[in-house]
Design a protein around this ligand. Structure first.
Ligand SMILES: *Cc1c(COP(=O)(O)O)cnc(C)c1O
Length: 365
């Protein structure tokens, strides 16, 4: 069983939808499929423009840094993915300043306001909605509102790769919302999507930049239901299938269920004495701080056939992360807290008495 926060399991109906023969991308047949997926995506993101790129999520991050920063970027780093925005800017010789925090600590609106107020060169802010390195939720909506109050032309770029499909994102003050195929959207890796505000589109069109990741070219083409380069046809078919199903079930239902499952998991694990790592946990995943993380993960994998993720860099062996993204069945989520409680027993930390199961079931039903 795969409960890592990306890649997530691909549902059978999506695998079936993607099993047809490869279509040529410059055909009316594929353009119809593209149009359908694009419209569903615009509806889900609730933004006026969108592009789909044949790349992993990082490609979309790079496209946003290079196309939406004309002077200087502010990057928020509370973990590996926040750090990545800075590394991208550096690779392109784009000036940037970084606000850096411990991986369990969200940014504060005051910190961001202070930096922006003191540096009029900053014309774009880059942040994760959920920073997957430690599973924390940044206060993106409040930050975006504060930034727009200072100057509505400053771009707010939100990496929502582990947030879109998890919760309803308020895009009122967000200029670019990035997502990817292999997390909450339950597809194989290889497709990235970016939703844009009208102001962002104007800025992109005002100064075209780059070649493969030239967003001005992509926006122009995708408005005509085609792509600048060969489209990731199979993944776009799969995305259409997923979005159709999520819409049919109701997007809000998905958000509700994910939120409840995340809460039930957190509470169940707290009840057996474990420590939730981030100060502001995101619903995409539950991150637990434990010096015994490696031992717990080893027992889960070897004895209970369950894969969860560990930590990276200074959190290696110190945290474990359980995915809540996608259409996770209740019996899968409850298996995770049950087997973790069992692992604690095996490690002599706490006797098994079914508490995690009980708490989970009480909250998640
Ligand atoms: C997974 C992830 C990405 C993208 O990583 P890729 O490996 O390039 O798909 C970006 N941001 C966050 C927050 C992620 O979780």
């Amino acid at each position: 069983m795969l409960l890592t926060p990306g890649p997530t399991a691909v549902p059978e109906f999506v695998r079936t939808a993607m099993s047809g023969e490869t279509l040529h991308h410059r055909t009316p047949e594929f353009e119809n499929i593209f149009k359908n997926t694009r419209e569903l995506l615009l509806e889900m993101l609730d933004m006026p423009e969108v592009v789909m790129l044949a790349s992993s999520g990082t490609g979309a991050m790079e496209a946003c840094v290079t196309n939406l920063t004309h002077k200087k970027a502010l990057t928020i780093n509370s973990g590996k993915f926040g750090e990545r925005f800075g590394k991208i800017a550096q690779a392109h010789n784009i000036p940037f300043v970084e606000l850096k925090y411990e991986w369990n600590t969200p940014t504060s609106v005051e910190d961001v306001v202070k930096v922006i107020s003191g540096d009029s060169d900053i014309d774009a802010v880059f942040i994760q909605i959920c920073e997957s390195a430690g599973g924390l939720r940044h206060p993106v909506e409040a930050l975006a509102e504060a930034v727009k109050k200072i100057n509505k032309d400053i771009m707010v770029v939100a990496d929502g790769i582990t947030a879109v499909g998890v919760e309803k994102i308020d895009t009122a003050n967000i200029d670019a919302l990035i997502t990817g195929s292999q997390k909450a959207l339950m597809l194989p890796p290889g497709l990235a999507m970016i939703g844009f505000s009208t102001v962002a589109v104007k800025k992109i069109e005002a100064k075209s930049y780059g070649y493969y990741f030239n967003l001005a070219t992509e926006i122009k083409k995708q408005r005509e239901n085609t792509t600048a380069w060969t489209a990731a046809t199979t993944l776009i078919i799969g995305l259409g299938a997923i979005l159709e199903k999520l819409k049919e079930d109701g997007f809000d239902k998905l958000y509700e269920k994910t939120s409840l499952r995340a809460k039930a998991t957190r509470e169940a694990l707290l009840a057996i004495g474990l420590e939730v790592y981030p100060a502001t946990p995101a619903d995409a995943m539950t991150t637990i701080y434990s010096e015994k993380s490696n031992e717990i993960r080893k027992i889960l994998k070897e004895e209970f056939d369950l894969n969860i993720a560990g930590g990276q860099d200074h959190l290696k062996g110190k945290i474990f992360r359980i995915n809540h993204m996608g259409l996770v069945a209740d019996y899968e989520a409850v298996w995770a807290v049950n087997t973790i409680e069992k692992a604690l027993d095996k490690l002599g930390i706490r006797d098994f008495d079914g508490t995690a199961n009980k708490i989970f079931m009480e909250i998640n039903s």
